[in-house]
Write a protein that binds this ligand. Structure first.
Ligand code: EPZ
Length: 432
């Protein structure tokens, strides 16, 4: 198993290229299943979650070609997905257990092939993660659904039918799944209380380029006029706002200055507001964000996670860690996931002063120093928070179980080293 060894204390300065968004790319890959023509996705991040999704699609019968490309001087990948016919309509347990986002094949398979078997994902480290909104919506669109041996089996006679749906929570996953299914349904579907995350906008843009008729982009009411067939397209994945926000905190916590090249400031308005209130200078440019904390004395800020455009839960752990280096107390409240303070016990081992109240909130008090320690985390964003703590801690921090980071941060140590961090990856194999 690999681990990261970090020596804290370096001020980070320079430029970091922000990759394509993992959470946009995953549903986009599955949207390619809606057509028998080729779909090419450019600006794709190279991450283990993308590899897992590619393996799942290959198992379903998709032919995938990868190409190297250069965007804004940065080497990245594009992939062409082509599924003229399916070899399987089953998303097996071994794929879904590794990556919950495998459930994005559900809507497309049901819409195009009228049948799908998906291993039910179950909970994970951050919460119970139900799928009830996905399933009840597709039932309202005419699917017959049963749960058997841990699998959800769905079928529909003829095409899915458009329906008026009101989501009880603005779920990103359910919005994507229903959008993809409704694109090929018979008649009009309306989703009320749809998620408004930028990744949804990216999916809508690509589906419309494939011939779908979807309106309401960026709003909480989406209207989808179903069409009989969709065609191929070429689509550039949007920049990863969570990766950008994470490196913004790396600049702020080390009191350095980083330009986040290719970041889209309009997708990060709430985190930018919190950084500015804390005393960090943030300059929004057309295709980048400059985060400058040189000489800043940060002031603690309260923050509460919420659906977009509120503060993203996927940046909570990173901002909580930043507040450890600020003056005064900060109250951090998590409203999306019921178990998302798993980074706190590890931060306490590094000298943090944090009191968690129930599962929902934490009081963070600024400390003079954090101290390096061996740590490990149970999810992707919490792992990045430990890297951040390591960057400012006195001495050496070893972050274990970094396969979490490899799921969502492309070339993490390379990017951090390029702005001056002392960070190396070690693996047991190399030591043997
Ligand atoms: C997406 O998860 C992201 N994952 C998560 O990022 C992110 O934390 C989350 O959205 C919220 O922004 C991907 O995009 C692959 P939801 P998703 O459905 O779609 C409730 C990361 O670190 N809900 O929007 O699974 C649910 O319990 C990951 O990259 C239901 O009640 O999240 C939660 O409270 C972690 N019933 C809320 O909605 C349902 O059927 C939001 O969940 C579905 C969800």
């Amino acid at each position: 198993m690999d681990r990261l060894r970090i020596k804290g204390g370096n001020k980070l300065k320079g430029k970091i290229y922000i990759s394509g968004a993992k959470n946009a790319a995953l549903p986009l890959i599955c949207a390619s299943l809606l057509t028998d023509e080729a779909v090419t996705l450019t600006n794709m991040p190279v991450l283990s979650d993308i590899k897992s999704m590619n393996l799942l699609l290959e198992q379903l019968g998709t032919k995938i070609e990868s190409h190297d490309e250069i965007i804004d001087g940065n080497p990245c990948k594009s992939y062409t997905y082509h599924t003229p016919k399916f070899e399987s309509l089953v998303a097996p347990y071994d794929y879904v257990r590794k990556m919950r986002a495998s459930y994005y094949v559900f809507g497309p398979l049901l819409a195009r092939e009228r049948y799908v078997e998906l291993s039910l994902p179950g909970g994970c480290a951050i919460g119970a993660r139900p799928m009830d909104i996905h399933l009840s919506s597709l039932e309202q669109m005419g699917a017959k659904i049963e749960i058997k041996n841990g699998y959800v089996i769905a079928k529909v006679d003829g095409r899915l039918k458009g329906a008026h749906l009101v989501f009880k929570a603005a779920s990103v996953g359910a919005t994507c799944n229903v959008l993809m299914a409704a694109a090929l349904a018979d008649g009009k579907t309306v989703i009320e209380n749809a998620a408004r995350e930028p990744e949804i906008g990216d999916l809508v843009n690509m589906l419309n380029a494939m011939g779908a008729k979807i309106s309401g982009i960026g709003s909480s009411v989406l209207e989808i006029e179903g069409v009989e067939r969709l065609h191929g397209t070429i689509h550039k994945v949007i920049a990863d706002r969570i990766e950008a926000g994470s490196y913004a905190v790396a600049a702020a916590i080390t009191r350095g200055c980083i330009e986040l090249v290719n970041a889209q400031p309009e997708t990060l308005q709430t985190p930018i507001k919190i950084l500015r209130q804390a005393g960090v200078n943030v300059e929004e440019r057309e295709h980048s964000i400059v985060v400058d904390a040189e000489g800043c004395e940060l002031i603690g800020q309260d923050l509460m996670t919420d659906y977009y455009p509120g503060f993203p839960t996927d940046l909570q752990a990173q901002f909580l860690t930043l507040m450890l280096t600020a003056r005064g107390a900060s109250m951090v409240t998590e409203t999306i996931w019921e178990n998302r303070f798993m980074h706190v016990p590890e931060l306490l081992r590094m000298g943090a002063n944090i009191n968690v109240h129930g599962h929902a909130s934490a009081i963070v008090r600024g400390v003079d120093k954090l101290y390096g320690a061996p740590v490990m985390a149970t999810d992707l964003r919490a792992s990045f928070a430990l890297v951040l703590a390591g960057l400012v801690a006195e001495g050496e921090t070893i972050v274990n179980r970094i396969y979490h980071l490899d799921r969502g941060y492309e070339k993490l140590e390379e990017k951090l080293r390029s702005v001056g961090a002392d960070i190396v990856r070690e693996s047991d194999k190399e030591e043997e």
